[in-house]
Write a protein that binds this ligand. Structure first.
Ligand code: PRP
Length: 209
């Protein structure tokens, strides 16, 4: 049986539809319930809904054979998994943002608020810029408004959150999208199923395997 971890929420629901079309149906998942695990013995598949940022943990530790995780999570936590396919959905970007009109002063250490400390560190190390990371868990946009930081490094999708808080993008760090990932030993022991899933998803998403 193939165990699949999907990110809870709208992205996960559209990803399930793609998995269904790829030949891994589990109709009970569409029932509106609080259940988190769904199985279709006939199709030899079991799905579970997990917090998007936890998918990679389930897959890395083998509780799930495959899953769908954002590239942001893969870059930040570097889980020991195979990245099989860019699904071409959940597209957004990791960006540096600051209050409108903000200008960097290279004489000062830059204070960066973010949930993505590793990504932010890597970005500024490559630029040779001294920074002080302020690690937050959410509502990052508030930090520069209250003077806690100079800039933020965060996900920008529509740009609405930035606009509504009088912030603007300073630069893009990296484009983000949802990726199909696999546990390393599952990939060896369930090769045929995982290959078929990857191929079919690649065909319909036009993604890159
Ligand atoms: C993400 C991100 C931004 C927002 C960007 O937040 O951290 O706040 O979405 O989307 P937009 O450009 O379409 O406005 P999320 O909803 O994941 O919550 P959190 O980061 O505050 O936990």
């Amino acid at each position: 049986m193939l165990n699949i971890a999907l990110p809870k929420g709208r992205l996960g629901e559209s990803v399930y539809t793609a998995f269904e079309r790829a030949g891994f149906p589990c109709p009970s998942i569409l029932e509106n319930s609080r259940k988190l695990i769904f199985e279709n013995a006939e199709a030899d598949v079991r799905y579970f809904w997990v917090k998007p940022s936890d998918v990679a943990i389930y897959v890395e530790r083998g509780a799930a054979d495959v899953g769908v995780a954002g590239k942001d999570i893969l870059l930040e936590y570097e889980p020991d998994v195979y990245e099989l396919l860019d699904l071409g959905v959940g597209k957004c970007r990791m960006a540096v943002a600051a209050p409108k009109g903000w200008r960097d002063n290279p004489q000062h250490t830059l204070r960066v608020a973010t949930k993505f400390s590793r990504i932010a560190r890597g970005h500024y190390a490559a630029a040779g810029r001294d920074i002080d990371i302020i690690h937050l868990n959410g509502s990052i946009e508030i930090a520069p408004i209250l003077g806690l930081s100079d800039v933020i490094v965060d996900i920008v999708e529509t740009g609405t959150t930035l606009r509504e808080n009088d912030l603007e993008v300073v630069e893009t760090v990296v484009p983000i999208s949802a990726r199909l990932i696999a546990n390393r030993s599952s990939f060896i022991f369930k090769t045929e199923q995982i290959d078929r899933l990857t191929r079919e998803l690649a065909r319909e998403s036009g993604g890159e395997a």
